[in-house]
Unconditional design. Structure first.
Length: 260
């Protein structure tokens, strides 16, 4: 049954590509700077966080702006996939009501557009690293596509759950903003994993984004190969989340039209 569903979604790949292109083109339509906001948004967030944590709160981490940047861009992708993905079915409810297509197409296309946005932002990351004189290990950088794929799968699993549940519980779309904010502070984005208090480290072991962020930082900031254990944990949690997400979505999508 699941294999047949995968084939059906693949048959609608052109629709997914069309929705991704539409989202990327329409995101900053009408704004003066247009597509440049893809690069300016993370840079402006970086400036704010750097000022707060390296100047005001004094994190005491060498080249803190780089330490933060290589983790902030992946986190923005993940958090946006959750908060924005939650409303992707509601946003296309007219299409859901009128025509048939595999409903998974909507969260898949939304998360994919956010992923493309992250890839473009990585151009800025590499330029900043080169400008700062950081040397990258080739073998470590070759692990980057694997970590990106793991995060994509992880984000997809969560987006499927959130988008499906939001159809039934509309308030979730608004509550998610608070949940994601709390999640960010429980993920070593603005600090190192070693700085976490002992009494809450068990939470970090259950947090899939902990392993993803640590792997990104190992590769790009520390210039070393991520630990195999980190990659395996991230991959297993990502696959588990995709299976759970797809299962929940599959069962809830049957009554989308009635609920919408």
């Amino acid at each position: 049954m699941m294999l047949e569903r995968v084939r059906e979604i693949y048959a609608y790949r052109e629709m997914i590509c069309s929705l991704v292109k539409r989202d990327l083109k329409g995101r900053y339509k009408g704004s003066v700077l247009g597509f440049l906001w893809t690069f300016l948004n993370p840079l402006l967030q970086l400036a704010v966080y750097t000022m707060v944590f390296s100047t005001i709160m004094r994190a005491g981490i060498e080249d803190y702006y780089l330490f933060l940047f290589v983790a902030l861009i992946p986190w923005i992708f993940f958090s946006t996939s959750l908060t924005g993905g939650a409303g992707c079915i509601l946003a296309q409810q007219d299409m859901v009501k009128k025509i048939y297509f595999p409903r998974e197409v909507l969260p898949i296309s939304y998360v994919t557009s956010q992923f493309v946005n992250m890839l473009l932002s990585f151009i800025v990351i590499f330029l900043v690293l080169i400008f700062a004189g950081y040397s990258l290990r080739i073998d470590a950088v070759l692990c980057l596509p694997l970590i990106m794929a793991v995060e994509y799968v992880l984000a997809m699993g969560f987006a499927m759950i959130m988008s499906a549940v939001t159809v039934y519980i509309r308030d979730l779309e608004y509550i998610l903003g608070i949940i994601v904010l709390a999640w960010q502070f429980l993920t070593p984005v603005m600090y190192s994993a070693e700085q976490a208090p002992e009494q809450v480290k068990w939470i970090f072991s259950l947090n899939p984004m902990n392993y993803v962020i640590v792997a990104y930082r190992d590769i790009l900031y520390y210039g070393k190969m991520p630990e195999l254990e980190t990659i395996l944990f991230a991959a297993l949690l990502g696959l588990a989340m995709l299976v759970v997400g797809w299962y929940v979505f599959w069962h809830l999508q049957k009554r989308f039209v009635e609920e919408l």
